[in-house]
Structures are given as structure tokens and as C-alpha cells.
Design a protein around this ligand. Sequence first.
Ligand code: SF4
Ligand code: SF4
Length: 288
Amino acid sequence: MKKIAVISGKGGTGKTIVTGGLADRINAKMIICDADADASNLDLILKPEIIRRIPHAGLKIAEIDQDKCIGCGECYEFCRFDSVIDRKDGTYLIDNLKCEGCGVCGLVCPAECIELNDNICGEVFIANSPYGTVVYSELKAGAGATGLLVHEIKKYALEEVTDETLMLIDGPPGIGCPLQSTMSGTDYALIVTEPSQSGLHDLKRLVQVLEKLPVEIFACINKADLNPGITREIRDYLNESEVPMLGEIPFDKTVIESVRSGIPVTKINSPASDAVKNICINLSEKIL
Ligand code: SF4
Ligand code: SF4
């Protein structure tokens, strides 16, 4: 099974719009993952029906057994993440939102009254959709370690695979841990960029990261007509970097209408829809 991730150097470039179009138009049986775990929203377009919910435990968090605590304050002194609260009355509490689960407090506690416990901070959903099985997630506010969650989403997706020939991943923006987790074992990356200074800057960073990985890179430009000068710069950069351009999508208000209606952009008739369909054709020729 081939795996392709749709990614972007920055948020808001239209990555999920393109992913929804690919889910609709690529002629392959596919399993679809939303690996943009910090801002999961592919389900708004694909309208999947949840068939299984799996609790997600992120980093472990420390917990003090207050009955055994002798109030020495060692945990407070040694925690490098400022996650222990000194209540100034001889008692100490763990700040669940700050605790990184490193376990140091447990090691230094003379009363052995600190335990690391699972922190259920979200859910992974296995769902049916007209486009294929969708695996996505929801995180509680403040939950971190999305790289770990992306790993789990892909793991659960692989468990659901029967005769699918393609895994389509709506990846995260940026170049951090969630991207590394997304690209691990993934064959292709389709970068969605936009013609802005930050779009070009982040595109370059992303290509530099991807070039170090065993992955074939493609790109497309969203809202390409909004800034012809930077669009030209992007084309030139992609050309120099030998990253094939699969298409340019014009700015088009009907894209928002398709999102509001909860359908892939390729389900409507519009210039943006035609452009995404062309990208699907070009991509299919490269990877199928
Ligand atoms: S587990 Fe680590 S981060 Fe959490 S409270 Fe203990 S020392 Fe601090
Ligand atoms: S190190 Fe242990 S005994 Fe000391 S204050 Fe912290 S939890 Fe209580």
C-alpha cells in the first residue's frame, strides 16, 4: 500500500480542502487519516460515521498521594517544568496541564508517594465514509504530544486496512514532531503552499526537511492568482529544487461554500474545483 501525506509549511494554506478533493477523486480504494491532530477538521468535509472510539492516553502525568506526602518539597525543587504547585501550607499539587511525565519527582520523593498515571487526553475515531474508512481524533484542550497521537492514528489505520491500495493522510502544518511522525513510513508528500512571504519561507523550510527523508515530493499552489509575483517565485523555487508542480488553484469563494456544505470542493462546479480535479489527475499519474 502506498502512503501519501498532504502537508504544508504553515496552517491555513488549504491543505484539508485539497485532501478532501483527493479523497473524492483519486481512483483507488483508500484509507484516510487526519493527522492534523491539533486542528483536526477533515471530518467536516468527509462527514464520516463513527463506528469505534478509542481513548487516547498521551504523556503520563504525576499524581501525589496526599495521605502519604510528608510535605518535604523535594518534588517542587526538582521539577524542571514548574509543574509542582507549592500551596504554601505544607502541601503540594501537580499541575496536570504542565506535567511532562518525566518521573523525576517520583525518583526524589522520600515518601514514595508519587505515581505516574495514564492521562486520557483525547479519542481516536474509526469511521465509515463514502470515500473510505477515516481515522481521526479529538484532543482535550491543552493536550500535547500530538506526534504520539499521529503515530497512533496511523497505527489504528493500518489495523483497519483490508484491500486498500492507498493511505491518504491529511498531515499537520509546520516541520515539528507531528510532521516527522506523519512522514515516517510515508512514500509521498504533496505540499500545499500559498503565495505569501510566509508561505514561501515555510515552503522552503519544509522542502529542506523533506529532502532528508526517503520521500518523493510534489507541490501545488493554492490561491495562486492572489499574488502573481510570489507565485512566480514559488514556481522558480520548486523548479530549482526539482519538486514537480501538480497544479495551481485560483482564489475562489465557492471553496468556502463547499466547506460550509460539508462536501469536498470537487463536488461543486467552479474554477477551484476544476483545478483540484486536475491536481488529482496529475498526482494519480505519478503515484498509481
Ligand atoms: S513528572 Fe516530571 S514534569 Fe511531572 S511533576 Fe514530576 S518532575 Fe514535574
Ligand atoms: S517529594 Fe513526595 S513527600 Fe515530598 S512534598 Fe513531594 S510528594 Fe510530598
